[in-house]
Design a protein around this ligand. Sequence first.
Ligand code: AHE
Ligand code: ZN
Ligand code: ZN
Length: 378
Amino acid sequence: HEGKPITCQAAVAWEPKAPLTIEQVIVDPPKAGEVRVRIDFTSICHTDAYTLSGQDPEGVFPCILGHEGAGVVESIGEGVTSVSVGDHVIPLYTPECRECKFCKSGKTNLCQKIRDTQGRGVMPDGTTRFHSAATGKPIYHYMGTSTFSQYTVLPEISIAVINKSAPLDKICLLGCGIPTGFGAVTKTAKVEEGATIAVFGCGAIGLSVIQGAKYAKASKIIAIDLNSEKFKLAAQFGATDFVNPLDYPGTPIQQVIVDKFDGGVDYSFECSGGNTSVMRSALECCHKGWGESIIISVAGAGQEISTRPFMLVTGRVWKGSAFGGVKGRTDLPGFVEMYLDGQLKVDEFITHRMKLDEINTGFKLQHDGLCIRPSVSM
Ligand code: AHE
Ligand code: ZN
Ligand code: ZN
């Protein structure tokens, strides 16, 4: 059947640093291999703010941001077989084509099938499905997802089909933050029972790391943050020890961790929101001979990390992780089941609720230390 364009509301980022404007956009029907999804809920991740700030070298404007959402399939394009109308879905900014060199390697979740076009804000055929209703001007996609629109179009390989009984206002968070932290522990680091871990930053990603470390039965989970108010939530998620670097003026935090915790941790996770000196501390607080540090957060264009090579020569390992090493179509339905079985905290991340037309408030709240994630109703 031939689909028609849909006119709906979206939050449009016309230029870097400017507030998003809520306006009518036209969303074209899905072409071959594509799916149009009605987004019911979205959240906001720091990466949306990062791109809006102008720091993202891949940022293209005007665009519709948003990559942590959930919704229902409205229509499918020609040749789509793995997704049906009415399916409940989570958009994937890391697709899973199952046929590219990366997907077949068994070593990474970083499918590269459509990475080029996704990074340029267009669909795999090089065109956009979004236009301004007022002027007809094309609007670019973002991270292949653009969840700040009531309807969005995604490649079939960028969709995880999930259990229909899961509440979309909650599990929209499984689009980025929760799997990113949890997977960094269980898939990237493969933390084993009894290991000690340190988490730098107790935002949504840090809390997910803590949750993953508890799940993996780590023996010590050290939460590190400059805002001690965050330790209460960190404790609820399973952190066992708490360190505020402000309590140790003049001593590098890596030294504090090495001294206090028997030579350092087995694994550290950097969830600082892109601070490269924290990345260095996270590496250097690892135990000599075997400690591994996982970089999770995104640093701005031109930023670099450094350490003394001696740190690596003497057995520490520096790694990174995107979307927690999670293969979205294969693994995300399982995260939803874990949540439904009461084995994965999700509700506890939601500190605020708002409507799409209040989304700029959601961005402002990110600077409030006690906002973890908003659930935004479309
Ligand atoms: N365009 C950015 C890329 C930033 C980046 O590294 N993004 C992460 C996801 S952040 C989720 O909140 C990622 O998955 N990267 C893998 C990839 O292929 O981009 C920049 O800085 O250039
Ligand atoms: Zn994100
Ligand atoms: Zn692939």
